[in-house]
Design a binder for this molecule. Structure first.
Ligand SMILES: CC(C)(COP(=O)(O)OP(=O)(O)OC[C@H]1O[C@@H](n2cnc3c(N)ncnc32)[C@H](O)[C@@H]1OP(=O)(O)O)[C@@H](O)C(=O)NCCC(=O)NCCS
Length: 162
């Protein structure tokens, strides 16, 4: 279904398109929570460039020349913190988000014991997506704006060096 889409590591030059797709994708979450200041919407171009310049794993999905999605993971100790999973609104529902999530897990799998991420506690589609991919809700907390978040974790398959 997404044979025409490739998932590859991002480069710094992708920063502008990553931010554009991220903002378009997270607008639906902003409307859901009536909060246009969600962190994925207030992140600056310089902050995206900084993420791309450091140790964070950033992957992008491309359809021809077009960037249609992205995801990031920051490895901290034995945990990969996955975030900013975004797919351009007109490309959603084609399996691109699922592919990005699988690819970022694969990129970190031999370095960590678990994946962690969070999503809005009322974002039922996201919670379903993650539950079907093995994530369990382990806690709830509030973001800096007071929105309630569900924290999810997934234990990795046995590490190759274990
Ligand atoms: C979450 C997101 C990345 C998913 O991307 P996507 O390309 O649509 O995902 P997929 O096509 O791989 O679909 C993933 C699953 O969600 C389901 N799904 C996709 N869009 C859906 C929708 N609008 N309503 C209900 N379910 C939906 C699919 O059926 C699929 O189900 P599966 O688990 O049985 O495979 C995308 O919707 C997005 O960018 N959302 C806004 C930003 C956001 O909330 N990011 C996640 C923050 S934690």
């Amino acid at each position: 279904m997404t044979d025409d889409v490739t998932v590859v590591p991002a480069v710094v030059a992708d920063a502008g398109e990553i931010l554009t797709v991220q903002r378009a994708a997270y607008l639906v979450e902003a409307q859901r929570y009536r909060d246009v200041f969600l962190p994925p919407l207030t992140e600056t171009l310089d902050e995206v460039r900084a993420a791309l310049s450091g140790p964070v794993v950033v992957l992008v999905a491309r359809h021809g020349a077009r960037l249609v999605g992205s995801v990031r993971a920051r490895v901290d100790g034995d945990t990969a913190h996955v975030g900013r999973l975004s797919v351009a609104p007109d490309q959603q529902g084609r399996g691109i988000g699922g592919r990005l999530l699988a690819a970022v897990e694969q990129a970190c799998a031999d370095r960590v014991a678990r994946f962690a991420l969070f999503t809005g506690a009322r974002s039922a589609e996201n919670l379903g997506l993650y539950a079907r991919r093995g994530y369990l809700v382990v806690a709830h907390r509030s973001d800096e704006n007071g929105n309630r978040l569900a924290v999810l974790e997934k234990v990795t398959p046995a590490r190759s060096d274990a």
